[in-house]
Design a binder for this molecule. Sequence first.
Ligand SMILES: NC(=O)c1ccc[n+]([C@@H]2O[C@H](COP(=O)([O-])OP(=O)(O)OC[C@H]3O[C@@H](n4cnc5c(N)ncnc54)[C@H](OP(=O)(O)O)[C@@H]3O)[C@@H](O)[C@H]2O)c1
Length: 385
Amino acid sequence: MNSKRTISILGSTGSVGANTIKVIEKHPDLYDVQVLTANENYKLLAEQAKALNAAHVVIADAKYYDDLKRALSDTDIEIHAGQEALQEITKIPVDLTMAAIVGMAGLPPLLNAIKHSNNVAIANKEPLVSAGTLVMAQASKYGTTILPVDSEHNAIFQIFEQKNRDAIERIILTASGGPFREMPLADMATVTKEQALAHPNWTMGAKISIDSATMMNKALEIIEAHILFDMPVDKIDAIIHPQSVIHSMVEYADGSILAQMGASDMCTPITNVLGWPNRIATPGQKLDIKTLSQLEFESVDDKRFPFVAMAYEAVNKGGAYCLAMNAANEIAVGAFLADKIAFTDIHKIVTKIMEKDHQKALENLNDIMEYDRVTREITESLLSS
Ligand SMILES: NC(=O)c1ccc[n+]([C@@H]2O[C@H](COP(=O)([O-])OP(=O)(O)OC[C@H]3O[C@@H](n4cnc5c(N)ncnc54)[C@H](OP(=O)(O)O)[C@@H]3O)[C@@H](O)[C@H]2O)c1
C-alpha cells in the first residue's frame, strides 16, 4: 500500500510550481508525484519529472510534444500534450492538487481537479476572481477542501476562526505597495518592464509581478478573499505594509487582531498547504524576529493604485464585472510585457472595459469561458485602436 500522499502539480514549471517541488524534495518520504504540467517549458518539465519520478507529464502547448518525448525517452513516464490532455489528466484521483497555472487557462483543469482530488491548493487566483461561485460550488458538491496558497489568503486561512465567523469584523489584507510605492506619479508612465518586474520583496512569475506593481494583484486578492472566506467585501480592507512581514490579519469583535507573520518566501504558505492539517518543515527562509526594527502601515493611495477601488466596485456591481476586470487585465499585462503599451495604459485599458455593461449572469463554465473570450477580444481591439 502507498503510504505517501499522491500529488499533482498544475503549472509545475512556474514560480509557485518550483517552490512546491522544493517542499516535496525536502520531504521525499511524504509525497508520490502523479502529474506535472507546463505550457511550453518542456526542458524544465522533463527535468522535474525525472527528479521526482512523476507518473505523467502534460505539455499544454502540443507543439512541444516531440521535444518532451525525446527528453524523456529513457524513462517510462507517460507523456501527454494539448489543452484537452490537461483537462483529462486532472481526472486522475489524488490526495492533493496544487493549482499553480497562471490566468484563466487554469479554470477548466481546476474544476476537474476539485472533482477528483481530496484537497485542492489554489494559487491560481484568476479563476477564483472570474468564476468564484462556480469553483466554490464545485468544492462543496464534491466535498473537496480548498487550501489557499496566496500568502495573504493562506495567512487568513491560518487565523480565521470558523466557529467565530460572526465575530469577525474585518479581514485586513497586507500589500507591499510594489516597486512604485514612492515614485512620483508623473514618472509612472515611462517605467520599463524591468523596473515593473523588480518586486522589492517577492520573487514571482512575470504576470503577478506586474499585477503587484499596479496593485491589481491586491484588487484580485480582495475578490479572492471575498470568495474563499465568504465574507462581504465591505469587511475586507487592504493596507500597505512595505516590509511584507505580516501577511494578513483578522480583526475580531473582542478587539483582538490576529496576524500571521513569516519571511517573504512562498515556501511558507506552500509548505503550510502541503503539510495541512499538520505542520511540516519549510525548505525556505525563516523570519528572524530579532532583525525586525519596525513594521510600517499606510493606507492605499487611490490615485496611485486605482485598481483597489475598482475591485470593490466590480464585486458590488455583480454580473460579470469581476470576470471582465480580470480578462482585460490579463490582456493588458500581456501587451505591456510584449512592449506594446505603457505601464499606465494597463489601467486605461481595463477602465475602458469596465465602463461597458457587464450585467450578465454567467450560469456555467461555457458561459464563463465565452464571456471571457469575448472580453479578451474586445480588449485586444482596444490595444490596436
Ligand atoms: N509566484 C508567486 O509567488 C505567487 C504568489 C501567490 C499567488 N500566485 C498565483 O499563482 C499563479 C501562478 O503564478 P506564478 O508566478 O507561479 O506563474 P508563472 O511563474 O508564470 O508560472 C505559470 C505556470 O503556468 C503554466 N502555464 C502558463 N500558461 C498556461 C496555459 N495557457 N496552459 C497551461 N499552463 C500554462 C506555465 O508553464 P510554462 O512554464 O511552460 O510557461 C507555468 O508552469 C498565478 O495565478 C499567480 O497569481 C503566485
